[in-house]
Design a protein around this ligand. Structure first.
Ligand code: NAD
Length: 343
């Protein structure tokens, strides 16, 4: 039998006490994404949503009234209220400054994806957080989608050959200052790195801007260090949302719909072309709730978070490399051009 010394007992008591005391959390930027962070935080056990900060006072007041917390106009006012952990869901170009303000006060940070506007700013956040000893996690929420978890489990130990991801939909109601690669494809770049446990070493992007100033269509091809070929098809020109993932391994073909959360695998390929097929069991948890629970676990334990700043910067770096190719601007007249010549 192991006998605990006095120091161990005190450490255990401290751990129990901190597990029982609610963690004081806040959200900076309560638009579409941040109001969901606030809603989920407000319902999590062991967490007290202290307040939300947004210069849009109508929006901040509305969220605060609905969830029973304080509304303030900016991050510094929230930091005055002794919050211990914060989600940053303000526009991406503000992530760096807000993150540095939080970290300077020793506050743990959950920052929405992409981690920052540039790889350099992302690295700065990582370095400052490391020096301060605070937890930094990035909101690549798709990793917590139960369909994605089921795919990851289905391909565990398999020899992955290729991955194809489609993420299309209509234009977002409010255009930000980024195109589809930074806004949407960065999710899938992260998934490709996560599914393969490997870095992307080769990038072949095709970009086009059909309607927007920035790229609104992207077909991106990659090769990972482990030899997997991957492809992302993304755009803002499809009238409905679709999010599909297929993974071909030497022994399986796995198909997942990330919206309906149906995941199917084909396996047992026979020389006569026959094979077996089965639907996999997929959980029902809300991805954002699972993500924030993972963040809080990392804060409480001091262990590395589920999505580190380094991983987020690696994905942002690949997205940025894709953008080194200027999008082709295709006008309707140009589309008709070659046909006119042929006809
Ligand atoms: N993980 C995902 O799936 C996902 C989905 C959507 C957006 N996002 C990310 O979330 C972030 C916000 O996107 P959104 O779609 O919610 O945008 P949004 O425009 O709906 O919300 C942003 C909010 O930030 C507020 N804001 C502006 N300046 C601020 C400041 N200085 N301090 C605090 N708040 C400020 C705005 O008033 C607004 O309410 C972006 O980084 C985006 O990339 C992630």
């Amino acid at each position: 039998m192991e006998i605990l010394g006095r120091g161990d007992t005190i450490r255990m008591q401290a751990a129990v006490a901190s597990a029982e005391r609610p963690l004081r959390v806040g959200v900076v930027g309560v638009g579409v994404m941040g109001s969901n962070h606030a809603r989920v935080f407000a319902g999590l056990p062991g967490t007290e949503l202290v307040g939300v900060a947004d210069p849009d006072r109508n929006q901040a007041d509305f969220v605060a009234r609905t969830l029973g917390c304080v509304a303030v106009s900016d991050v510094n006012e929230l930091l005055e209220r002794d919050v211990e952990a914060i989600t940053i869901a303000a526009p991406t170009h503000l992530h760096r400054d807000i993150a540095l303000a939080c970290i300077a006060r020793g506050v743990h940070v959950m920052v929405e994806k992409p981690i920052a506007s540039s790889v350099e700013e992302g690295r700065e956040i990582i370095n400052v957080a490391r020096r301060a000893g605070v937890t930094l996690m990035v909101g690549h929420v798709e990793r917590f989608n139960p369909a994605v978890e089921a795919i990851k489990e289905a391909i565990r130990g398999e020899d992955i050959l290729s991955i194809a991801i489609t993420r299309v939909g209509p234009f977002p109601p409010r255009m930000s200052n980024v195109g589809v690669v930074i806004d949407l494809a960065v999710h899938d770049i992260d998934l490709i790195r996560w599914f393969t446990d490997s870095d992307i070493i080769d990038v072949q992007p095709q970009l086009s801007s059909a309607v927007a100033e920035r790229e609104d269509i992207a077909l991106l091809q990659f090769r990972t260090a482990s030899g997997v070929l991957a492809h992302i098809n993304t755009n803002w020109l499809t009238p409905f949302k679709a999010r599909n993932v297929t993974v071909a391994t030497r022994g399986k073909y796995v198909m997942g719909d990330l919206l309906t959360r149906q995941v199917t695998e084909c396996f047992g390929f026979q020389p006569d072309g026959s094979y077996s097929m089965r639907h996999l069991s997929v959980g029902h948890a809300e991805p954002l709730r699972s993500e924030l629970l993972a963040f809080l676990r990392a804060v409480r334990s001091g262990a590395a978070p589920a999505v580190t700043g380094e991983e987020a910067v690696a994905s942002l770096e690949i997205a940025t490399r894709c953008l080194a190719t200027r999008p082709t601007v295709v006008t309707p007249a140009q589309r008709k051009g070659p046909r006119a010549v042929v006809g």
